[in-house]
Design a protein around this ligand. Structure first.
Ligand SMILES: [Zn+2]
Ligand SMILES: [Zn+2]
Length: 135
């Protein structure tokens, strides 16, 4: 399998040739905080089969756990932990075609945002909501 991706500004790119080890959605509190989002989605990749280009800044979010991001645009790129030394978890949203992503597991459900249960019943718009409701 050949996959590729990039950050928002394009300064960092990645290519991967190999089998994906995980396709998981993470609901943990650290991912929520780190990505400023209710959850994030990862592709597990073998460290020696991914090629990065561009400068990446690392943040050690807990001992032995590193989160990489583009220092120009701030896009989150990956999660890596000493717990899984041969793997890197790349944020699926950075894929060249994120529509190709097929998650097959959700993890850390205990910290899943409660309002996600209501997602199907929240009014939805194709474009950005034009006129927010006045209260
Ligand atoms: Zn960037
Ligand atoms: Zn997480």
């Amino acid at each position: 399998m050949a996959l590729s991706g990039h950050c928002m500004c394009g300064a960092v790119t990645w290519t991967y040739s190999g089998s994906v080890t995980r396709n998981l959605v993470c609901h943990c509190a650290d991912c929520q905080r780190a990505t400023s989002s209710p959850f994030t989605a990862f592709l597990g990749m073998r460290l020696e089969q991914i090629n990065w280009s561009g400068d990446i800044t690392h943040y050690e979010s807990s001992p032995g756990t590193f989160r990489g991001f583009c220092p120009s645009c701030g896009t989150r790129l990956y999660f890596r932990s000493d717990k899984w030394p041969s793997e890197v978890h790349v944020h699926a949203a950075t894929m060249t075609d994120p529509a190709e992503y097929r998650p097959d597991a959700q993890v850390l459900m205990r910290s899943r945002a409660k309002w996600l249960d209501r997602l199907q019943s929240i009014p939805a718009h194709d474009g950005f909501q034009q006129a927010p409701k006045r209260r």
